[in-house]
Design a binder for this molecule. Structure first.
Ligand SMILES: [Zn+2]
Length: 171
């Protein structure tokens, strides 16, 4: 039997139910609000962890090092919060590779893999399995968006997907 990969998010396991693990700030092209704005709100909501998972591509549209510096400043300003640097990238292929550069991934504490669309539905389950097994991917993002559009095809196979998720979350 294969050993479950040692995913980076497990380091923050204690905050699983007391964190927001999928937040986009204005570094992403579809969000508003600064890193500090979200940290203030996280504190007001009683959260202990907030993960900034900005949208990226291999051809990234912003300087990830500046984003990283922004998070470093927030860590100084909000020492009571655990603030993670992260990204969200789409799954590219059946091998479960994601659309993010090594340069970005090595700066991340947490990484989300998402299916925004997938060209060949018959390859969705193997791509999902390989994405979940990809050691660099911590979280399956927006899991219901494409899955619900393919529900009739996926339902008989969902238990397989959930068992892979359970395998990934073993600590
Ligand atoms: Zn997102």
């Amino acid at each position: 039997m294969m050993t479950a990969p040692n995913k980076r998010w497990k380091k923050y396991h204690a905050f699983l139910a007391r964190g927001d693990w999928h937040v986009h700030s204005r570094w992403s092209n579809d969000a508003q609000g600064s890193i500090a704005d979200y940290c203030r709100q996280a504190r007001a909501n009683g959260l202990r962890l907030i993960a900034f998972t900005e949208h990226v591509r291999r051809k990234i549209e912003f300087d990830f090092r500046q984003f990283s510096a922004d998070v470093d400043a927030a860590r100084q300003a909000f020492p009571d919060l655990v603030i993670l640097k992260g990204c969200e990238a789409k799954v590219l292929n059946v091998a479960g590779e994601i659309d993010a550069s090594d340069h970005v991934l090595e700066q991340c504490d947490v990484v989300i893999g998402s299916f925004h669309s997938f060209a060949d539905p018959s390859q969705y389950i193997p791509a999902l399995r390989n994405m979940l097994r990809n050691p660099i991917v911590d979280i399956w993002g927006i899991l219901l968006s494409i899955a619900s559009s393919m529900a009739s095809r996926l339902t008989p196979r969902c238990s397989k997907a959930w068992s892979i998720c359970a395998w990934n979350t073993r600590c």
